[in-house]
Design a protein around this ligand. Structure first.
Ligand SMILES: NC(=O)C1=CN([C@@H]2O[C@H](COP(=O)(O)OP(=O)(O)OC[C@H]3O[C@@H](n4cnc5c(N)ncnc54)[C@H](OP(=O)(O)O)[C@@H]3O)[C@@H](O)[C@H]2O)C=CC1
Ligand SMILES: Nc1nc(=O)c2c([nH]1)NC[C@@H]1CN(c3ccc(C(=O)N[C@@H](CCC(=O)O)C(=O)O)cc3)C=[N+]21
Length: 292
């Protein structure tokens, strides 16, 4: 039986650290605040928004949860985002995805002010992630790397096979993995022989959203698997990897209890970073005005 990389202890370590940071900010008179917009119609989105609300409550973070009607127009949502961008007491904005078909997620996400974009979806944060510059990087790719580090697995010089190059997970993860000096193979829907790419891998990261994609006959004893896939099924959430695969590899993250738990914590880590970005920007503006 391989090692199950349960992330509860890591998540609670991050939570403890964040609690201290929130307390310090509050002592300075800053109340970290996040605004989460859920366009009604996707039950999973409503559920994730509530998971985050529970953590925010534990951290003492102000959490403004807004449900908007599924028929909302893009202009109405853009107006709401612009208002939140201007509001100095709101530090983080999350637009829960996926959105109904009549709304353009990329255009809406791009309207979020980059220093409040704790999901890392705006063009300037994507560029920062690409170049390694200062910015807010997406939480799930960060979570994959953090889990590897936490369990003492290095990525440098390792053969990593990544399945999925989606906007939220796969694409930004490519950049982070290259910066860790991993040798990378990226697979997707058109990859002819997934098995062959897994055979030569030391680490397999899946970010697809297809239940049961990876089965026991596709893996090997020396493989470490990070399963970032999430699909809602009638039996709860499932990853891309069949759970019994854990028995045939070196180590594997479970779903639930793996990447998702750390993702949520890192979103809040991004919120604290966002608070610092905004307070230092405001201080710079004041200093500039005073020097005129
Ligand atoms: N654990 C967590 O905390 C989080 C998990 N997620 C989950 O991560 C997953 C990926 O999300 P996201 O980045 O938005 O991905 P997308 O849905 O945007 O993309 C999925 C990717 O998987 C590829 N793909 C689809 N079918 C197959 C297949 N049969 N074999 C190989 N590759 C395939 C697609 O290839 P192609 O481009 O060629 O179509 C695409 O690159 C989802 O399950 C999502 O729910 C997301 C955020 C947080
Ligand atoms: N722009 C964008 N950013 C996202 O971060 C994003 C998204 N879109 N679309 C949907 C997916 C899904 N997702 C999850 C986050 C946390 C858990 C999580 O906390 N999971 C717990 C279980 C939670 C529970 O059900 O109690 C676990 O895996 O152990 C799951 C899924 C974020 N997503």
């Amino acid at each position: 039986m391989g090692k199950l990389l349960e992330t509860a202890a890591l998540a609670s370590e991050i939570l403890d650290h964040l609690s201290i940071e929130v307390k310090q900010l509050k002592e300075k008179g800053i109340e970290p605040t996040i605004s989460v917009i859920v366009v009604q119609g996707d039950p999973a989105s409503e559920c994730y928004a509530k998971v985050k609300q529970r953590i925010a409550r534990r951290l003492g973070i102000r959490y403004l949860l807004t449900f908007v009607h599924s028929q909302v127009t893009e202009t109405e949502l853009l107006e709401r985002i612009k208002w939140l961008n201007r509001c100095p007491t709101i530090h983080g904005i999350i637009l829960e995805l996926p959105l109904p078909k009549h709304l353009d997620a990329a255009r809406l996400a791009a309207a979020i002010s980059p220093e409040k974009d704790i999901d890392g979806l705006t063009p300037s944060n994507k560029l920062a992630c690409f170049t390694g510059n200062k910015g807010l990087y997406p939480a799930t790719p960060l979570a994959c790397i953090r889990i590897m580090n936490y369990f003492g697995y290095t990525l440098e010089g390792k053969n990593v096979t990544l399945i999925g190059h989606g906007e939220t997970v796969g694409k930004p993860l490519v950049q982070l993995l290259l910066r860790e000096n991993a040798t990378l193979t990226v697979c997707h829907k058109y990859t002819k022989d997934l098995r062959m790419h897994i055979e030569k891998a030391d680490v397999l990261i899946t970010a697809v959203g297809k239940v049961g994609l990876i089965s026991a006959d596709m893996v090997h004893r020396n493989l470490i698997i990070i399963d970032a896939g999430i699909s809602e099924t009638k039996n709860g959430i499932m990853g891309d990897v069949q759970p019994e695969v854990a028995e045939f590899v070196k180590a594997m993250t479970p779903v639930p209890g793996g990447v998702g738990k750390v993702t949520t914590m890192l979103l809040f880590e991004n919120l604290i970073k966002a608070v610092h970005l905004q307070t230092s920007k405001r201080k710079r503006e004041v200093d500039q005005r005073e020097s005129l």
